[in-house]
Design a protein around this ligand. Sequence first.
Ligand code: SAM
Length: 300
Amino acid sequence: MLELFSGLGAAGLAWGLPVHAAIDQSANANAAYALSHGLQPKAWNLVGVRAAQLAPFSAEPWWMSPPCQPFTVRGARRDLEDPRTRALLRVLDLLVELRPPVVAMENVPGFVESTTRGHLRATLIGAGYTLSERLLCPTALGIPMRRQRYYLVAQRDGDGRHRADFAPPPPIAPIRPIAAFLDPEPDPELTVDEALVRAHGHSVHFLDTTDPTEIANCFTSAYGRSNVRSGSYLRDRGVVRRFSPEEVVRLLGFPSTWTFPPELSREARWDLAGNSLTVDGVRRVLGDAGVLPVGVGAGG
Ligand SMILES: C[S@@+](CC[C@H](N)C(=O)[O-])C[C@H]1O[C@@H](n2cnc3c(N)ncnc32)[C@H](O)[C@@H]1O
């Protein structure tokens, strides 16, 4: 497969196909990807990518996780006008030209109402793809973390019946206790002063590790920099602390053996984790669309 906007490589982990090439302009993301996947991503800016550069991958499925900031509630929602959407538009042009067999994509729920989605749909349908679109939150798969996301799977040889279902699916697994995802020995540097955190307002979320029904809020790339609406805090063994970046990627479904490059700061790790994907969510969506290779379970 070809993994575009590859970040930490969650889609490659989920899809279970050999990754032929990954592309991302972030040096930190590429260092983490190279360490864990054993493949050095191409450090290209996709805004200027040429057909000849992607043509070698035209017979393979493409995954893309373009920037979500043009569509987030926290952002200005500049949509098609946001310069960060340009890379997606460029890839879309090349999709029409190179026509890979499968194209799959993830973004924030705000993408559903965007003009960019309308353009994406019209372009893919015009190029003969069958679309399947949905929203999925990892809580439906039993993961104790909210991270509702939009997913698209487009198939070149589909049945022509486009599906778009944005109703929350019924949970298919009971919520697992948050304690199962935590570091055995949390770093004391993660400890925070609860009174200081509370001073930032009521939208700060604390959860108790001894309560097996607790669910963490979505972690964003601002976790550690912003105290509000960027993720939850923990009451853990007598202290109040932040989640470590390693705990966040565990909640995202990365293997327990997965590690960041040692030279990356904690802030850089939170940034990459907050931008990443739920591996189980991706696998479920690809499995339901029937595009996982034989032997790779739908997960969850
Ligand atoms: C939502 S994150 C992708 C997360 C990734 N799927 C993962 O598993 O971690 C978006 C990624 O797109 C990259 N990106 C944004 N604009 C880009 C561009 N113009 N060219 C190449 N990469 C870009 C960012 O560096 C970031 O890693």
